[in-house]
Design a protein around this ligand. Structure first.
Ligand code: UDP
Length: 248
């Protein structure tokens, strides 16, 4: 097994049989790497949640590259060619969508109130670059013009992302958690099949809000916004959301 790369939060190894081993570390970064720290338990929380969601999604017919969890913070996955776009699904206005609206860069989707925490009826999908120094939003036209994927593949990814949202949103609602938004990635297998890849359903890559607080008019973050906005101890917040999601 040899180290082939270091992501912001994961170390990536190539196994002797050609599989990839993800090691989820305790590193945390925000604002394109400008804010950095280490928090105990973070790696094992994200590893456990990713394995959990890969299994839930596979059971519902979403093909993923997950093979097995091999220790508290490591998993084996199939080696794919990762597509150079990050896919973002939003159910509520938050994060960079709200910031871009406030600076006048974008309009909000139709029938969406202009406030942080507003519901986006029907949800929305966005794409950002993955392999550039700073992630930037890109249009579907730019994705197709760059030849990164075909129109059929882009349609397929959009449909699968919508389905993943339905599965995760409804699953979390039963635990009184609102899935405000999330980011996922896809990769292409040697046979051309597109599979869900990387990390999914973790507080690093999703915004989770407490539903009861939301009903009272408060946005109570149960995710990396705790770190982004200095709202408390990330280790405690990550362990809490982990236990809440995994509790039957
Ligand atoms: N996200 C992520 N990795 C990125 C960018 C975004 O996991 O490189 C997640 C983020 O945690 C949030 C969602 O994607 O759940 C939407 O992020 P947004 O565009 O609002 O940017 P942010 O303000 O979170 O950087």
């Amino acid at each position: 097994m040899r180290l082939t790369g270091k992501g912001k939060a994961k170390d990536i190894y190539l196994a002797d049989n050609g599989d990839i081993i993800f090691e989820f570390t305790d590193r945390v970064t925000a604002f394109d790497g400008a804010k950095k720290a280490q928090y105990p338990h973070k790696g094992k929380v994200c590893c456990s949640l990713t394995a959990y969601w890969f299994r839930v999604l596979e059971e519902k017919g979403i093909p993923t590259h997950f093979k097995e969890k091999i220790s508290t913070n490591r998993m084996r996955v199939a080696n794919l060619k990762i597509l150079p776009v990050e896919v973002i699904w939003r159910n509520y206005v938050a994060g960079s969508l709200w910031r871009r609206f406030e600076t006048g860069e974008i309009k909000l989707p139709e029938c969406t109130e202009a406030r942080e925490g507003a519901l986006i009826p029907g949800g929305m999908i966005e794409f950002t670059t993955k392999f550039e120094a700073v992630d930037r939003p890109i249009s579907t036209k730019e994705i197709l013009d760059s030849g990164w994927m075909t129109e059929n593949e882009l349609d397929h990814i959009s449909q699968i992302t919508d389905k993943i949202n339905d599965i995760m949103f409804n699953h979390l609602l039963r635990k009184d958690i609102l899935l405000a938004d999330f980011k996922i990635e896809f990769g292409r297998a040697p046979d051309g099949k597109i599979l869900l890849a990387d990390e999914v359903g973790t507080p690093d890559g999703c915004r989770f809000w407490d539903r009861n607080a939301f009903i009272r008019g408060e946005l109570l973050s149960l995710d990396k916004d705790v770190f982004r906005k200095n709202k408390g101890d990330l280790s405690a917040a990550y362990i809490a959301i982990h236990n809440r999601i995994l509790k039957e």
